[in-house]
Design a protein around this ligand. Sequence first.
Ligand code: FES
Length: 104
Amino acid sequence: MSGETGEYRVGSLAAVEAGDTTLATIGDTDVALFLCRGQVVATQGQCPHAQGPINEGDVDGTTLTCPWHGWSFDLETGASGEDENLMLRRYPVRVDGDDIWVTL
Ligand code: FES
């Protein structure tokens, strides 16, 4: 479903709040959703280290830890704790009721 220009509905706030692993696919772009300090954060769907399933990572505060090799990323900035040249791509999010919209 498409909303404003470039904006896509990628999930349900209730599902993210319930802690469900959430991965949406828009065309050939995967988007992972997380709850970070009460805010929904959308990132690229695969870990920038070696394409691991970053949507299955653990969130502690603003730190997301990838399940494959344990690299960490700051959900507020996308910065990697292990490699300053590596960034986790983040997408703008808008929440409208239960609908989560992401701009690609
Ligand atoms: S693939 Fe995520 S830490 Fe290696």
